[in-house]
Write a protein that binds this ligand. Structure first.
Ligand code: ATP
Length: 737
């Protein structure tokens, strides 16, 4: 760091003008240059805004079923999901109110049937889907209660395999559709299957999902167009189907698609249901042809249930009982959407529609939801299919560390090297900034003033290199992290091989840009004329670039979105720039700041570059107080006693520190999901009922139908099926005592 004690030292500092002004100017220029040069996101994402739900997708535990039948259905374990009195409330400590996102919602989803959760925007569709999939992101403000049963037993989603198709499709943009699917298959199916079997499996999936025509097209992103939105959605489905899930959750799979693509996606889901999967999707307002693909529907309005049962004409018949008749030739989905939506056009309409909705909610809550469902689950079939699944199941580990590393290295390499637009922008910016700085510091001589020029250039080179690497990383990594979180949640691979393969694959391309910058700026500014010094200059800025990139990874692993990373990363770097060894002498700052230079990657790069440049240089001098040698200049900067080796060692430690932090944060920031608790009043009874297996609702239903249910059983059944009517009002805002 600069140790300009005394008058002469002060003169040197002042050569560059006001210290703080310099800092601000350098930071602003470096950041602006980088901001303009940030090569947009290199990962495909349809919508990055909704990051909150953008966490893991799941695959439950259990084996992998990889035979062809897993796509055609023969090997799919049938899973029936039933939920009772699911209530999700959101408390607000400030206003001391509670808002019900879901209020006593019950229903069921069966194998071989496509269930659509319909409702207006904000009615709680995604929340319900997340609850059923066990993917509701945990929050201290949320409280979730209810009963969730898998094949009649109260179990978690860990007991079956499921796929979750989220609204936003995230892929590595530079991989083709076939490569994406093949890699997912290799990671998920492990070594148990031969390459030929896996290829056949992938070809089969491509065919089933209608992706053959675009199999060799890059997925693409905002910069370079790739496959269409509908194809992306079907690719998402295909990737999820590799694990042969029993249940498929799809959150608004038609959002953002044109009518034709939407219909194709829904047809795919319908076929999957027909193949034996349990398919649950949320949808806003489907067109008529899509509505008739649903087997069951569940209508939600402001978190409350208005209808749950078979689709087609059943709901129309049901609502006609209350005097709401669907006009002929009207799309039933449109009719239902209008029926369950509040009309905000006037206060009168709000009152009328709200009354209608409250009445419908109450009416539905008063009747047994069980009777509305058709096609009860056949227990014998379940058993048979389960046996066939077990025969084909591979319960072993999917692949070793080395295998995962190899596959991920290939993917990271393809992503890094094929990303032409990003690489081109980075190369252009490296060349442009080298030319700008090279021109400003053109052919520096050996005058006294050139000492300050040299220091200025070396500081600017250190800042520019760090900012370039940092901004590139923070603009891309949060999106990549979302993909990796999803894949890791499915158990496709572990963190170690991922991180190591990424670092290794990106090393050559990461080194190319600082080298480009160094190769131009060094001769232009006529820095220390020696090949060895030039090589060291390039080496120092390359290691610094890796350290800045590693810091970007930590920031990306720490914050939830790219926007947050873009705000945090450069701000943190500004602190390191201030303590970068040129602008301020740490010993003049309050004690609490004196550790910062030791962890500033800018400072170590600057120190290394200065030692490399000044050692052995001689300057023109006229007066005795002029600096005569480079060593004297280094003394003034307090860099006299150290070597380039020391600075590179310190920089490597910083690099390692950021890598370790990234690993820890990625491991620690795994998404956590809200646990579902039994309704408080029923928790005790549920326990004893579960122990006595009285929760088997098929059994209860059979008893109800044959009128053989006992008084006791009837009472307990009522407790699960008929919540008090006053609990069912949507969005009750209650003040807490
Ligand atoms: N974790 C949460 N914290 C605060 N509010 C939440 C949370 N989760 C959901 N909500 C709120 O609950 C309501 C229902 O959200 P949800 O995403 O389930 O609706 P939706 O029916 O899927 O809407 P859309 O069709 O627009 O996606 C919304 O008002 C949303 O803001």
């Amino acid at each position: 760091m600069a140790n300009f004690g005394g008058k002469r030292a002060g003169q040197i500092v002042r050569l560059g003008g006001n210290g703080i002004g310099q800092v601000m100017a350098a930071v602003a220029v470096a950041f602006l240059v980088r901001l303009v040069s940030v090569p947009g996101p290199s990962l495909s994402a349809d919508d990055e805004g909704d990051y909150e739900t953008d966490d893991a997708v799941g695959g439950g535990e259990g084996g992998q079923d990889v035979g062809d039948d897993s796509v055609s259905g023969g090997g799919v374990r049938p899973v029936t999901i039933r939920w009772r009195n699911v209530t999700c409330s959101l408390s607000d400590k400030k206003s001391k109110s509670v808002r019900f996102l879901l209020n006593n919602v019950s229903g069921e989803a069966k194998p071989g049937r496509l269930l659509a959760i319909m409702g207006a925007s904000g009615s709680g569709k995604t929340t319900l889907l997340n609850v059923l999939a066990g993917q509701l992101v945990a929050s201290p403000r949320l409280h979730l209660s209810g009963l969730l049963e898998i094949n009649g037993k109260p179990r978690s989603n860990k007991s079956y395999k499921f796929a979750y198709i989220r609204q936003e499709d995230l892929f590595f943009s530079q991989l083709t559709v076939r490569e994406t699917l093949s890699l997912a298959a290799e990671l998920q199916l492990g070594e148990v299957y031969t390459a030929q079997e896996r290829d056949e499996y992938v070809n089969n999936l491509l065919f089933k999902m209608g992706l053959v025509s675009c199999a060799n097209t890059n997925v693409g992103d905002a910069k370079v167009r790739g496959i269409s939105g509908g194809e992306k959605k079907r690719l998402s489905l295909a990737c999820e189907l590799i694990a042969s899930p029993s249940v498929i959750f799809a959150d608004e799979p038609t959002t953002g698609l044109d009518a034709f693509q939407a219909e194709k996606v829904m047809e795919t889901l319908r076929q999957l249901a027909q193949d034996g999967h349990t398919v649950i999707c949320s949808i806003h307002q489907p067109r008529g042809s899509v509505y008739y693909k649903f087997d069951d529907i569940l209508l939600l309005t402001e978190g409350a249930l208005i209808y749950a049962g078979p689709a087609h004409n059943e709901p129309l018949k049901y609502f006609s009982k209350f005097g709401y008749t669907c006009p002929d030739h009207m799309n039933p989905a449109e009719f239902l959407a209008d029926l369950i939506s509040v009309d905000y056009s006037s206060s009168e309409n709000v009152n009328t529609s709200q009354k209608r909705i409250d009445g419908l909610v109450e009416s539905f809550s008063q009747q047994s939801t069980l009777t509305l469902y058709a096609a009860p689950l056949n227990r014998k079939e379940t058993f048979k299919s389960h046996i066939s699944l077990n025969r084909k199941t591979n319960g072993g580990r999917k692949g070793g560390w080395w295998r995962e590393f190899r596959l991920l290295l290939r993917r990271a390499w393809l992503q890094a090297f094929r990303d032409g637009p990003t690489n081109k922008v980075r190369a252009n910016m490296s060349v442009a900034s080298a030319i700008i700085f090279g021109s400003v510091f053109w052919r520096m001589g050996r005058s006294q003033t050139s000492i300050q020029d040299r220091m200025g250039l070396l500081q600017v080179a250190a800042i520019n290199t760090a900012m370039a690497a940092l901004t590139k990383t923070v603009s891309v990594f949060p999106k990549e992290r979302a993909i990796v979180d999803r894949e890791r949640a499915k158990g496709s691979y572990s963190l170690g091989p991922y991180l190591l393969s990424k670092l290794l694959a990106e090393t050559p391309i990461g080194a190319a840009f600082p080298l480009m910058f160094g190769a131009l700026v060094y001769p232009m500014a006529r820095l220390h004329p020696s090949l060895c010094r030039f090589a060291k200059f390039c080496g120092i800025i390359t290691v610094e670039s890796f350290a800045a990139s590693a810091m970007g990874l930590t920031v990306g692993a720490m914050v939830p979105t790219t926007e947050a990373a873009m705000a945090v990363g450069p701000s943190l770097m500004t602190v390191f720039i201030v303590f970068g060894g040129y602008y301020i002498n740490a010993s003049n700052t309050p004690v609490i700041f004196r550790w910062i230079p030791r962890v500033s990657l800018i400072r170590w790069a600057f120190q290394g570059l200065c030692i490399n440049e000044f050692r052995g240089l001689e300057f023109d001098h006229e007066h005795s107080f002029h600096l005569q040698t480079g060593e004297q200049a280094l003394e003034r900067l307090s860099f006299g006693g150290s070597t380039i080796g020391d600075t590179v060692t310190a920089q490597s430690r910083i690099l390692l520190f950021w890598y370790c932090n990234t690993y820890i944060l990625l491991e620690k920031n795994k998404p956590k999901y809200q646990l579902i608790e039994p309704p408080p009043s029923e928790a005790g009874e549920l326990k004893s009922l579960a122990e006595n297996e009285l929760l088997d609702l098929d059994y209860i239903k059979e008893k109800v139908e044959t009128d053989t249910i006992t008084a006791d059983e009837s009472e307990s059944y009522q407790k699960f099926e008929s919540p008090p009517a006053d609990k069912i009002r949507p969005f009750i805002l209650e003040g807490e005592e």
